[in-house]
Design a protein around this ligand. Structure first.
Ligand SMILES: C[S@@+](CC[C@H](N)C(=O)[O-])C[C@H]1O[C@@H](n2cnc3c(N)ncnc32)[C@H](O)[C@@H]1O
Length: 433
């Protein structure tokens, strides 16, 4: 299968089919066996989505008339062609010729002339097209307009930096399984394998790999020495103040990154219960724990309806890593720029409120609930917690003091890109005795 045609189909599945990039790539890479071709499909898919709002404006200027709806795959091929010319270090004649050939692989031989004309048009009109991009904020910042407006409102001093961070390539960040190996020893293992890596700022177990590699190239990955996890997500386990003998509930646990870190951090816990409402994702928790040599009670359950599964249990620690807009992790998931819509935020906030309300009664007196999101929107973060504290006199905020992030009216926020971390929000609440 032609890599550029495969990438066009992946993009089309995201742009027209509104599938996630992960799902679309799983299908799209199925028939691409060669490692270099697979890497090219990924690069074109991630890159074209990362810069979609810019490439889209250029394409509109380059097309004499809009393409028909049934040619959405061709439109995506053209976007991938422009991505190669604007952002990839490829000889431009290779980018043009190969993209023209890919039109044939899409069974659209009639469009080879059009693809050639559009891409050559870009080369001729580059300076003017780049000026056109500066005229619309969405194109200039390569993010949807509604999100730019919300960020300006919520982060008047930082919105531009947040948008710039959303366009960066993320680092490969690891968490060493301290039950199996120390960070220093794992860094030495990486060095022996020729993988350049350093300790990750603000973490006890984190490692930053210089040039991202597939996990299969990480020594001992299969044997559970290490997991992939951003430095921001690695803050959760430490904030929970874990001690031997505690009962811990991870209420939105899949794929189990934070569950595993909790178990690695404190092996003497009395119990760890990890639940998720998505049955398919539950298997990911099981797989991760098995690989890492850890165990927890893993349940398919709805955290919003605890009567069905909690059987009167209460917990001294609850981690509530709620479903959210994921606006803090756009650099890792550029499809969010297209898939998330302003109308999604209200229902997400309602869901977050329901989850907080349902979890609070399960917390023991004196216990701590850690609410976390990978969002940068105040509605999902400080305003959510502010409203909850107002409605629950038995909830006391425990202020987070840390070397990372910044304090908010309630809770603490890491903005994306700060110390090269993902955007995350944390708030700790104690239940009064
Ligand atoms: C942000 S992800 C959790 C990431 C996870 N904590 C980790 O660190 O690997 C949110 C998860 O919440 C789950 N979820 C959404 N609604 C839920 C509900 N009502 N009950 C339980 N899980 C839910 C989703 O299926 C998703 O897996």
């Amino acid at each position: 299968m032609n890599a550029r045609a495969s990438a066009a189909r992946v993009l089309d599945r995201v742009v027209s089919g509104r599938r996630s990039l992960n799902d679309a790539l799983a299908v799209g890479l199925h028939k691409v066996a060669d490692g270099r071709e697979r890497a090219l499909v990924q690069e074109l898919s991630y890159g074209s989505l990362r810069w979609y709002y810019q490439l889209e404006v250029m394409l509109q200027h380059l097309l004499n008339k809009p393409l028909k709806k049934r040619d959405s795959d061709l439109r995506c091929l053209l976007l991938a062609g422009l991505y190669q010319l604007t952002r990839m270090a490829l000889p431009s004649h290779v980018a043009v010729n190969e993209t023209v050939q890919a039109a044939r692989a899409l069974d659209k031989a009639w469009a080879t002339g059009l693809v050639n004309a559009v891409l050559r048009g870009y080369q001729r009109r580059k300076v003017q097209l780049e000026a056109d991009v500066g005229e619309s904020p969405a194109a200039l910042y390569a993010h949807p307009g509604w999100l730019i407006e919300r960020l300006k409102h919520d982060w008047p001093d930082d919105w531009e930096a947040i948008l710039q961070a959303g366009n960066q390539r993320p680092p490969l960040s690891l968490r060493v399984n301290r039950q199996q190996i120390t960070r220093a020893d794992y860094l030495e293992m990486l060095q022996r394998e020729g993988v350049e890596a350093t300790s990750l700022l603000h973490t006890s177990d984190g490692i930053r790999v210089g040039v991202p590699v597939p996990v299969s190239a990480l020594p001992g990955f299969g044997a559970g020495l290490v997991s992939v996890q951003d430095a921001a997500a690695q803050q959760a386990a430490g904030l929970l103040e874990l001690e031997p003998g505690l009962h811990v509930l991870d209420a939105c646990a899949a794929p189990g990154g934070k569950t595993a870190h909790i178990l690695e951090t404190e092996p003497g816990l009395a119990s760890v219960t990890a639940i998720d409402v998505d049955e398919r994702r539950l298997q990911l928790i099981e797989d991760n724990l098995a690989r890492l040599g850890l165990s927890a009670r893993v349940l398919h359950a709805d955290a919003a309806e605890p009567d069905g599964w909690c059987a009167g249990h209460s917990y001294e620690r609850i981690l509530l890593d709620v479903p959210c807009s994921a606006t803090g992790v756009i650099r890792r998931h550029p499809d969010i720029k297209l898939l998330r819509r302003p109308a999604d935020i209200g229902p997400l906030v309602t869901r977050q409120t329901q989850l907080l309300e349902a979890m609070w009664p399960l917390l023991t007196a004196g216990g701590m609930l850690l609410y976390t999101t990978c969002s940068v929107l105040a509605d999902e973060n400080e305003r959510r917690i502010g409203a909850f504290l107002e409605d629950h006199p038995d909830a006391m905020e425990q202020k987070i003091t840390a070397s990372w992030g910044r304090p908010c009216a309630h809770g603490r926020q890491i903005l994306p890109g700060e110390d090269d971390m993902d955007g995350f929000y944390f708030a700790c609440m104690r239940k009064q005795l």
